[in-house]
Design a protein around this ligand. Structure first.
Ligand SMILES: Nc1ncnc2c1ncn2[C@@H]1O[C@H](COP(=O)(O)OP(=O)(O)OP(=O)(O)O)[C@@H](O)[C@H]1O
Ligand SMILES: [Mg+2]
Length: 511
């Protein structure tokens, strides 16, 4: 008795269609064997599946059973193969009798009682079903909404193993109804109007958001760094349809899309704590590879508050994704690439006591303490940051004043116009200035002879690296775009250079 059903394996953010073959032999010693390059969670399916089948009321005789998940060279990890293995078994025993020629993708974790539990990656599986022209996908009810993000796929949501059997045996099952209305993008409840003063910092963040540039804010405690960063989502433009699909894939893979309210046009904003581990921030891991915060922040913001407190070796791993917008995770026999194109927004104090450069409070740190604090962030990381913003404490007068502050929506409107200019100039990939590659820099960031001379002088004086010069040019391009100017003029370049000092409060940023 032989049966074949379909499942899906994850390979990074790509998928591989898996054929689950179940062979029940009437001769030989009773027992199960499962083959096909399986990781622990898939091997454990055997116990879950046999209990789920029995507790769902199906009585199967104990016979020699071989389960093969092919192709054999692709590593299978995760708990979502349970449903396919169970249905394969029940088909081999003729409990399931699917109409001939109907090919369905099956995904779901089984509890011992036969209940179906939600799984990560449903969106990617739905894409896999569409790409292989399958007749639909059966998965847990909780995952239906994310699977339905892919049009042209019949999605069947179920709650138990018995539901799956009934659905498969049905001649013409009805797909789960699609929601008539998508939840609208939620606007952030936080607003820049709540931040008093700090005009230069707000301007820096506006430039950063307009061109997707990386930012570091340095300032004393209580000066509003965290407050400003948390308000960034309120000025970011919405995700484009392509970006939305990419971002949703990440969230789905991490199991964050199950709730319908996660499906929005809002850009992700991830703010991991400074105790984050290598795997937590970058991704990877020994068993099932998991996404790190840098990938979950793809197309959005990665906010690293208290940058100096992060483990230095973890921060160093940001070098590759900060440049390339992706992370390559290599383990024995496995090389996975995950997207990680995020806008880095970071904040730190200037020294351990926090008051170096404070207009009124004295700093009590020794020079060596300040140097060792600064050394926690290496020169190569700082070189990749486009805008260094020196946050000064807000004055009492500014804090208590009733002067009306500009709202996030007004700032956002300017950013949207600047983004549209960039998109028209650059196309869709890349679509913003920070992602212009060095090859195209001359074409998109042309300087007049006089601005060229200004840049040369600044390069000498500020000891800018080649990378820093390129980054200054891209920031100047964004400043010109915010002003609606096609040419990059001297004031645009000067402002970009102003945000790129080679030292902070008299201490070199290279630490
Ligand atoms: N410019 C400002 N306008 C209004 N309130 C402010 C401003 N700056 C600070 N505050 C108030 O101070 C609180 C603390 O600010 P915040 O946490 O952003 O400081 P910080 O610079 O991140 O400090 P730390 O270095 O200790 O992390 C804010 O929640 C807010 O109530
Ligand atoms: Mg803070």
């Amino acid at each position: 008795m032989l049966a074949k059903v379909y499942a899906c394996a994850m390979v990074g953010i790509d998928t591989q269609l898996v054929e689950v073959e179940v062979d029940v032999q009437m001769q030989g010693l009773p027992g199960w064997s499962m083959v096909g390059l399986l990781e622990t969670a898939v091997k454990e399916a055997r116990d879950r599946v046999s209990s789920a089948i029995r507790n769902s009321g199906y009585k199967l005789l104990n016979r020699r059973t071989i389960v093969n998940l092919s192709p054999g060279h692709v590593k299978k990890s995760g708990v979502h193969f349970d449903l396919a293995i169970a249905i394969g078994m029940l088909t081999a025993w003729d409990v399931c009798t699917p109409p001939k020629g109907r090919r369905l993708l099956l995904a779901g974790e089984l509890s011992l009682t036969g209940q179906l539990l939600p799984i990560p990656g449903a969106l990617l599986m739905s894409i896999c079903a569409r790409d292989h022209q399958l007749d639909g996908i059966i998965l847990p009810q909780e995952n239906v909404e994310e699977a339905q993000l892919v049009s042209d796929v019949r999605v069947y949501g179920i709650s138990t193993l018995a539901d799956a059997v009934a659905l498969i045996n049905h001649a013409d099952p009805k797909p789960s109804p699609r929601p008539t209305r998508r939840p609208a993008s939620k606007t952030s409840p936080l607003d820049f109007a709540e931040v008093r003063g700090q005009a230069t910092i707000k301007r820096g963040l506006e430039i950063a958001a307009a061109g997707n540039h990386h930012v570091l804010m340095v300032g004393p405690p209580g000066s509003g760094k965290t407050m400003l960063a948390e308000r960034l989502p309120s000025i970011l433009p919405p995700l484009t349809p392509d970006e939305k699909l990419e971002t949703m894939k990440m969230l789905s893979l991490h199991g964050l899309l199950r709730k319908g309210d996660a499906i929005t046009d809002n850009r992700p904003f991830r703010a991991p704590h400074h105790s984050a581990s290598y795997v937590g921030l970058i991704g990877g891991g020994n068993q099932t590879p998991r996404l790190g915060e840098i990938s979950l922040a793809h197309n959005g913001v990665l906010f690293l508050d208290e940058l100096g407190e992060f483990h230095r070796h973890v921060l160093e791993e940001l070098r590759q994704p900060l440049e390339s917008g992706m992370i390559r995770i290599v383990r024995s026999g496995l090389s996975l690439t995950y997207p990680a194109r995020f806008m880095l927004v970071s904040a730190m104090n200037p020294c351990p006591c926090g008051y170096l450069g404070h207009p009124r409070r004295p700093c009590v740190c020794s020079v060596s303490q300040i140097h060792s604090y600064r050394r926690r962030i290496s020169g190569p990381i700082l070189d990749r940051i486009d805008l260094h913003l020196e946050v000064e404490p807000v004055s009492h007068h500014a804090l208590m004043s009733d002067a009306k502050q500009e709202s996030s929506s007004a700032i956002r409107d300017r950013i949207m116009i600047a983004r549209e200019r960039q998109r028209k100039r650059l196309g869709n990939s890349p679509s913003c200035n920070a992602h212009i590659c060095s090859r195209d820099l001359k074409r998109f960031c042309t300087l007049t002879p006089s601005t060229s001379a200004l840049l040369e002088q600044a390069t000498e004086k500020l000891l800018l690296s080649a990378r820093a010069v390129h980054r200054v040019l891209k920031v100047a391009r964004t400043i010109a775009d915010l002003e609606g100017s096609e040419a990059i003029s001297a004031p645009h370049l000067a402002e970009a250079l102003h945000f790129r000092p080679s030292e902070i409060n008299g201490h070199p940023i290279e630490g």
